[in-house]
Design a binder for this molecule. Structure first.
Ligand code: 4AD
Ligand code: MG
Length: 463
């Protein structure tokens, strides 16, 4: 029976027959003995297989294809290891090769590769230490998201991927079209009429599940979504993807204060989960790429976030000694250089900015008494900038309709959304956490394309 490498490494039951299956990470040694590191993905560490020359001369291992990248099965005895860095190893009795990987052409070599190079072979990079670590952490974080909400009484709501509305009112949507062998609808000019595409209706890929989340919150109280979202912004930055995953809680009877408390507690609990459940993978990323990673994660768990208004932040930025590329003036949106100044230079801790000018935020945010700002909040993180965007929602039907008119959001498309304000409207709030931005922060990776297995961005050709 097969045992996972991680289970064997933790095992204290020695001198017994074991079977492992996995991929060769390295093979080294001399004419008396060969050491084969086998990794099966179950965790960061590989197990050392010791192959003595009487049974496995190096020439035979080579001829059989026991090389870096090959898939093999090893039967042998689990014994205490004399070597450094491991407590157990396998004394090989039988090695079977499922599939070899010709060292002359296999793109992953023993030497470390640059992340840029690995991005070009995204189908092979999950086999590297780095991507194994990132993907296991990504898994752990998805699980932690569900665990947090489940244990706090939230319901997971599946919102549509194909939708007729623009949740952000920002026009950054991918249109959904049909490829069918029946005749497509034509417009007056005789060209295909894509506006009819979803069985006679124009649709796009969702930019956010928020509006449907609000519908659910008006019935179930505390809900969240966690799904793929799409943005047709042509952003070639290390912080933007065309397809990313978003987590969006939405809570009835919450105001902006409650929303901030939830965001801070949620983020801290996710970071704490990673520290507790992914120690090997985090230690590797800390040592390999970013010596400050673990201390930064602990700092976020242990310290309060700084909370201030947009107006206060603008005053700080205007008084800053640092010269910015973009000037700051009340009413303009903050650039990432401004956000990072506040977080990394001024406060040196995560920041929650609130009460932004209404004209730089979405139509659904609740208007403040001053009539100029809205109950918005952005959570800014070191090295990342904006990690969360959220708000208390406008629950007054007339004020919402007025904002929609001012911002040219068509009422016909959102009649169902307006009904939530017509029937049993209640104060409520929520936010969106960009899942990849969270993974960037937790892994310390520098580029968002390196924290999702199959990144979609302008001109990404494969998959
Ligand atoms: O600030 P955004 O646009 O807010 C919303 O979509 C709201 N409907 C959320 C809500 O209140 N329910 O996006 C939320 C977060 C951002 O803070 C950022 O972390 C992430 O989503 N994000 C992106 N991540 C990767 N690539 C992109 N192109 C992103 N755009 C936004
Ligand atoms: Mg935002």
């Amino acid at each position: 029976r097969r045992t996972s490498v991680q289970d064997l490494l933790r095992s204290t039951e020695l001198d017994r027959e074991v079977l492992v299956k996995g991929w060769v990470r390295t093979r080294r040694g001399n004419k008396y003995v060969q050491f084969i590191a086998v990794n099966d993905g179950s965790g960061f560490n590989s197990i050392q297989v010791v192959a003595n020359a009487e049974l496995f001369p190096e020439e035979k291992l080579k001829a059989d294809g026991v090389e870096n990248g090959a898939a093999i099965a090893v039967r042998g005895k689990l014994v205490a290891s004399q070597g450094k860095g491991q407590t157990v190893e396998i004394q090989a009795e039988e090695i079977t090769v499922y599939g070899s990987a010709d060292p002359a052409v296999y793109p992953l070599q023993k030497k470390g590769h640059s992340l840029e190079f690995l991005r070009e072979i995204a189908h092979l990079r999950p086999r590297t230490n780095t991507f194994g670590a990132v993907l296991r952490i990504r898994h752990a974080m998805s699980f932690a998201v569900h665990q947090y909400f489940n244990s706090h009484g939230y319901f997971y709501i599946h919102t549509p991927i194909i939708t007729g509305s623009d949740a952000e009112g920002a026009g950054q949507m991918f249109r959904v079209t049909t490829l069918s062998d029946t005749k497509p609808p034509l417009n007056e000019a005789g060209a295909v009429d894509y506006s009819q595409d979803f069985f006679g209706k124009a649709t796009n890929l969702t930019v956010s599940g928020q509006l449907e989340g609000e519908v659910a919150a008006m019935a179930l109280g505390k809900v969240y979504t966690f799904g793929p979202t799409f943005r047709a912004e042509n952003s070639n930055t290390a912080r933007h993807l065309a397809e990313f995953w978003m987590i969006e809680p939405e809570v009835a009877f919450f105001d902006l204060q409650d929303n901030m408390d939830l965001a801070e507690d949620f983020l801290k609990s996710l970071v704490r989960y990673a520290l507790e459940h992914c120690p090997d993978d985090l230690q590797f990323l800390n040592d390999q790429y970013d010596k400050e990673l673990l201390s930064r994660l602990r700092f976020v768990v242990d310290n309060d976030f700084q909370r201030l208004t947009y107006t206060e932040a603008v005053e700080i930025l205007k008084g800053a000694k640092q010269k910015f590329e973009f000037p700051v003036d009340w009413g303009t949106d903050l650039q990432s250089e401004h956000e990072r100044y506040l977080v990394e230079k001024h406060f040196k801790k995560p920041v929650i900015l609130t009460n932004y000018p209404k004209d730089i935020k979405a139509f659904y945010m609740k208007l403040d008494e001053d009539g100029r700002t809205v109950r918005a909040m952005d959570v800014l993180f070191p090295g990342i900038g904006e990690i969360i965007g959220g708000s208390q929602r406008e629950d007054d039907l007339q004020k919402l309709q007025q904002r929609m008119q001012e911002m040219h959001v068509p009422e016909e498309d959102l009649w169902w959304y307006l009904d939530t304000r017509r029937f049993g409207s209640a104060p409520h709030a929520g936010f969106g956490l960009g899942f990849e931005r969270l993974i960037l922060f937790i892994t310390g990776m520098a580029n968002i394309r390196d924290v999702i297995p199959f990144p979609r961005f302008p001109k990404s050709a494969e998959f």
